[in-house]
Design a protein around this ligand. Structure first.
Ligand SMILES: [Zn+2]
Length: 94
């Protein structure tokens, strides 16, 4: 018999003991935002680095990246990632 439950250990989770923290130095607040950035001088164009930010530091980190021309996008950490999904029906009336 194979113990399938054993494979659950170590699975990443948003509310686990290792919940993501803000990337701001010295801040231990729970992260609520993902700031995605790319440094064209050292990264390939499609590469994305990611910082995590709490509500207080999102603007600070985004400004930091924007000033350096690195910022690409900010997304909520709660999983509500915007996508191109069409609502039920897909009735595209102009
Ligand atoms: Zn913070």
């Amino acid at each position: 018999m194979t113990d399938l439950l054993g494979s659950l250990s170590g699975a990443p989770g948003p509310t686990g003991p290792d919940a993501p923290q803000c990337s701001r130095r010295g801040c231990r607040a729970a992260a609520r935002w993902r700031l995605r950035w790319n440094n064209p001088r050292i990264h390939t164009p499609e590469r994305r680095k990611e910082w995590l930010a709490c509500g207080d530091h999102r603007d600070w980190l985004q400004s930091y990246l924007t000033e350096r021309g690195l910022w690409r996008e900010t997304l909520p950490l709660d999983g509500t990632v915007p996508d191109d999904a069409v609502p039920d029906g897909g009735d595209a009336r102009a």
